[in-house]
Design a protein around this ligand. Structure first.
Ligand SMILES: [Zn+2]
Ligand SMILES: [Zn+2]
Length: 249
């Protein structure tokens, strides 16, 4: 295969870049249509990029965009590692021009096994090892409970498990699953550390596993009403926009 370099337009979701690419990179970027795409090619060296066009600025700029990347080396499926995740960013307005992910098979000969989703779009296969995405138990349990109130299977499967909040503090022990009479929504009835009974809205549960992990405890939401959902920065209560990233609160 020849390694001749050609100047090509490589498209991303928020613009394009002009770069010299090898035949091999062109083949990677060709998804069947007339255009070449940046995402399957991954990271290119700055010196290969001559221009970038930003859809947000509606302008073409000389030189390469910013490229930010990280190397999580995270196993997303059996024998499939997310080696690098990065994006091409407009130098002027910081909008994303293109994103890419590079995967590696640690065992080149081996098959890729079942997926271990690390976020919603990585895979839809359920597993109980996810932290960010709801687990299969959390997803299916409310349905079962709502259609068959008092489902013994569900209750017995989680009762007695420790309830842990976001800060890794033990809140109590699961007593049972119930329905809050006033809101008609599902709650987790727990025995708190001091022996009294309490209830936790089902929506506050982040993960059900060996323990019940809470995502956004009510107290925290109440205290940190200015907390940015995007970047986590805690703003003043009266803030309308995040001081850190500008997201509307
Ligand atoms: Zn821009
Ligand atoms: Zn923010």
């Amino acid at each position: 295969m020849s390694s001749e370099l050609r100047l090509k337009k490589l498209r991303g979701s928020g613009g394009y870049i002009m770069a010299t690419v090898t035949d091999e990179q062109q083949m990677k970027g060709n998804l069947g249509g007339p255009d070449l795409f940046l995402a399957p090619i991954g990271r290119l060296n700055d010196d290969k990029i001559t221009k970038h066009f930003c859809n947000t600025c509606e302008k073409e700029f000389e030189g390469p965009p910013k490229i930010e990347f990280e190397n999580p080396n995270e196993e997303v499926a059996e024998n499939l590692v997310l080696a690098e995740r990065g994006q091409y960013i407009c130098k002027v307005c910081n909008a994303s021009i293109a994103e890419y992910r590079e995967f590696k098979k640690p065992n080149e000969e081996g098959e890729i096994g079942s997926a271990k989703p690390l976020n919603a779009n990585a895979s839809t296969a359920p597993t109980v090892e996810v932290v960010t995405a709801p687990t299969v138990e959390v997803v299916t349990a409310p349905t079962v409970e709502v259609t068959q109130p008092g489902s013994a299977a569900l209750v017995s499967s989680i009762e007695g498990r420790a309830v842990i909040d976001e800060n890794a503090n033990k809140v109590g022990i699961v007593k049972q699953v119930g329905i809050d009479a006033s809101t008609q929504s599902m709650v987790l009835v727990i025995t708190k550390n001091d022996g009294t009974e309490g209830s936790i809205p089902w929506v506050s549960i982040k993960k059900v596993g060996e323990v019940i992990l809470l995502g956004k405890p009510e107290e925290e939401v109440a205290v940190q009403s200015g907390k940015c959902s995007e970047c986590g920065f805690v703003n003043k209560d009266e803030s309308k926009f995040c001081e850190d990233c500008g997201t509307k609160i």
